[in-house]
Structure formats: C-alpha cells, structure tokens
Design a protein around this ligand. Structure first.
Ligand code: SF4
Length: 163
C-alpha cells in the first residue's frame, strides 16, 4: 500500500461535546468514551455550531416549525438563531469535502440526526424524530448520518457485542 493511502483514514464529523469539549449550553460536555473507542481508527473532525456562534455557557434554543421552515428559536429572547448555525454548517462541510460519516449528539437542535424535538409556535411537541440544523446540512450533502446512541446500538446489533 502506498504511504499516502495508508494514512488516508476515513474522516468522521462528530459533535465536539461527545469528544469531551465543554461546549454545551451549560459549559459541560457529553464525553462518550465508548463511542470514541469505536471511532479510534478514523480521523475525527469535531464541530460545535452553537459554541462557535454563541459561546458557552449560553441560553438554550428549540426547533420551531414555522411557515418558513424549521427555525432554532432562543428560549431566552425568542430570536431566530438559525442563520449563524446554518452558516457554520455550510462552512464546515465546504471546508472538509470528503467526510464519509457524521455522528451527532442525540436530541440536539443543532446536531441530532433523527432525535431532535420539533415544536409548534405554541411550544407543543410535534415530533421527537427531527433533524437538527447541522445534521440537516450533512444529510443534504449525502453524508451518512447517525445519532451517537443509535450508531452504538447499530454496531452492537451488527457485532452482537456491547463494548
Ligand atoms: S450537541 Fe452540538 S451544538 Fe450542542 S454542544 Fe454538542 S456539538 Fe455543540
């Protein structure tokens, strides 16, 4: 094998909080050692659109279904926080054109893949299986996308091994 091919490892985009970065709304992390163990043979590309746009700690936001589509709305001010998150997502995937896998933090309005909660304008729950704004961009680009917990469950199903 050519040296370059040997080191051309599969690139995986991953929510930075899952790697231990304290970038959650309350400046804590979601470190998942088991997940990182399963991904150790890959090149990991961490991202956190919310810390980039708003810092940590920060007010929370929820996904609201509007006539203009899904919007991330601040629970503090009611402002639409979607544009900087969506811009970050576009910039991230433009910068790394060869990402093969996306692993997002479950239930996040930015990073969740099939687990984000979606509300109506009265804050009534419409779905718990929505896509966050960052993962929606990854899916639009045809990247294989998984929620972190579901990724681990799927590996366990395939291998029969819970490690
Ligand atoms: S779930 Fe996504 S936006 Fe939230 S802290 Fe983790 S990386 Fe950042």
């Amino acid at each position: 094998m050519h040296l370059c091919e040997e080191f051309d490892m599969k690139k995986v985009a991953i929510s930075a909080c899952l790697m231990g970065q304290k970038c959650r709304y309350d400046a804590t992390d979601n470190l998942d050692v088991r997940l990182l163990g399963k991904l150790e043979q890959y090149t990991l590309l961490p991202f956190c659109p919310e810390e980039y746009a708003f810092g940590s700690p920060r007010p929370t936001m929820d996904l609201i279904k509007t006539e203009q589509g899904l919007k991330a709305i601040s629970n503090l001010t009611g402002a639409d926080l979607s544009p900087p998150v969506e811009q970050y997502a576009r910039n991230f995937f433009d910068a790394y054109g060869n990402i093969e896998l996306y692993v997002g933090k479950d239930r996040s309005p930015s990073c969740g893949v099939c687990s984000a909660r979606i509300y109506d304008s009265e804050k009534r729950l419409l779905s718990s299986e929505g896509s966050g704004l960052m993962s929606a961009e990854a899916q639009r680009r045809g990247i294989e996308c998984w929620d972190a917990e579901e990724y681990l469950d799927d590996l366990a199903r395939k291998t029969g091994y819970i490690g």
